[in-house]
Design a protein around this ligand. Sequence first.
Ligand SMILES: O=C(O)CCC(=O)C(=O)O
Ligand SMILES: [Fe+2]
Length: 379
Amino acid sequence: MAAITEAAGMRVESLAQIGLASIPTEYVRPEWERTDIGDALEAERKSRADADGPQIPVVDLAGLDSRDAVATAEAVRRAAEDWGVMHIVNHGVAAEVVEAVRRVGKGFFDLPVERKERYANDWSAGRIAGYGSKLAENASGQREWEDYFFHLVYPPEKADQSVWPAEPADYVEVTKEFAKQLRAVVSKMLAVLSQGLGLKEDRLEAELGGEADLLLQMKINYYPVCPQPNLALGVEAHTDVSSLTFILHNMVPGLQVYHDGRWVTAQCHPGSMIVHVGDALEILSNGAYKSVLHRGLVNREKVRISWAVFCEPPRDTVVLRPLPDLVSDGNPAKFPARTFAQHIEHKLFKKSQDQKKKNDNTTITPASAAAAAAVVAIN
Ligand SMILES: O=C(O)CCC(=O)C(=O)O
Ligand SMILES: [Fe+2]
């Protein structure tokens, strides 16, 4: 018991460094979930061997500026409808900028834990940005095998760079440039997805807050090696609350998406980014685009790092609801109108109820509910 209590205050990175043969119980997933989790590297090998198995669609966005524009837009729409996720290549973020983001993010996580602790977030003090772990006293006391760094990266006037890593020295400069270039990709994707719903190309972006208020929140996920990847998850199954989420990673597999009743492992495609449809877009599109359920596996051999950028509407000023143009007698609204903040709150409430059902011994205390809310807010 003592070892477990001690572990509760530790970063996962530190825990991994001890070289434990078995992981503390807070990280062990419940039995119902353990039936189909395992080592991410093996999962990716299996997926590659299963050539006829389902694969997340890959869309080459270069097609948008060519004779293939219509077919490319159609491929984006179909992926968002059928999968809620796609790989995009030739997305428009320069390869050097992608490499630089990977370098500075890794550079930060390569610092000793004590140095990173200077950036620790503190939910109780309202400091959401910074270095953290899911110290979730959430309903089941369940924890994830990852540490992270979370910060708002765009628009620049809303991004508080004083809370960004000051090491490596060019972290800020590189991340600003990445956010700027990615923001153009966000517009491009939202334009194509708008048209895919029969709407004007700028409609979705305007509904989400436009240039001034659509927020890009970056979460760098750091998944240490795990001695028992068949018992733990880096990120538990969830849908993102965002409109779209863009994911880069260090070419170590781990992401799985739920499709047609099974978990499909994302393969690593050089030069690609993964794009998820999140809840906000599912709601605006009245369910035409699917907010994809996904999770992160861990592995025994390689540290995985991913950069997830959540494109979020402002919390209180935008009311998310199925766009009236998409609602008719034959296609009634599938979601109620809620602010983004209310959506997050509702999702949390549902999650805690589900957990309670799954585990009758669980008591939901105000502290655990608040911690779980924090987790939902950044996933
Ligand atoms: O690491 C990944 O690939 C996924 C991370 C994720 O789903 C999240 O941070 O919301
Ligand atoms: Fe996610």
